[in-house]
Ligand binder design. Structure first.
Ligand SMILES: [Zn+2]
Length: 170
């Protein structure tokens, strides 16, 4: 299982800090810079740090093995999509149903929705921005092509449930 289950584990893309539509060049250069930082030979004498960096190093190597090869990457992408469809989606939520909390400057904000476990589903404006969604007050725009409704899966802060947030596009 790539995602879901009890504990969320990072995707190979996240390990290499890549977008899932990254080009081969981007994957290679991110792999190279990541491997320089985490190479076990470069770790200090602190045992714990060494253990952690070896683990990271292996994850980076593995990510590169999968993503660096177009055929294994295509397989991995398929698995990733399939596993996401299996995630437990508790509810479909419209944007208007989300609570909103703004910072004092009124620039950054977080949207939240209560989960049945007592915690909340959260998404911040910067996370939305990374996904190409910008919210200015109540106006929602989207960069990129295609004026389709966007759906985002938001995980709960405590349990494994998720909601599907529907974002209309003007
Ligand atoms: Zn929950």
């Amino acid at each position: 299982m790539l995602l879901g289950g009890e504990k969320y584990s990072k995707t190979h893309y996240e390990i290499l800090s890549l977008k899932e539509d990254a080009t081969h060049e981007e994957i290679r250069s991110s792999y190279r810079s990541s491997i320089l930082i985490f190479h076990p030979d470069k770790s200090n004498n602190n045992c714990e740090g060494e253990e952690k960096s070896r683990e990271d190093f292996l994850k980076i190597r593995k990510a590169w093995e999968i993503l660096g090869d177009p055929r294994s990457r295509a397989n991995y992408d398929r698995e990733l999509r399939a596993s996401r469809q299996l995630l437990a989606v508790a509810d479909d939520v419209e944007l208007e149903e989300m609570g909103i909390e703004q910072d004092s400057e009124g620039e950054a904000f977080e949207l939240y929705h209560p989960c049945r476990c007592g915690d909340y589903y959260w998404v911040s404006s910067s996370e939305l921005g990374e996904m190409g969604v910008s919210l200015n007050g109540k106006r929602i725009g989207k960069h990129g092509l295609g004026a389709v409704e966007r759906e985002l899966l938001l995980p709960c802060g405590s349990c494994s449930l998720k909601i599907r947030l529907k974002i209309p596009v003007n």
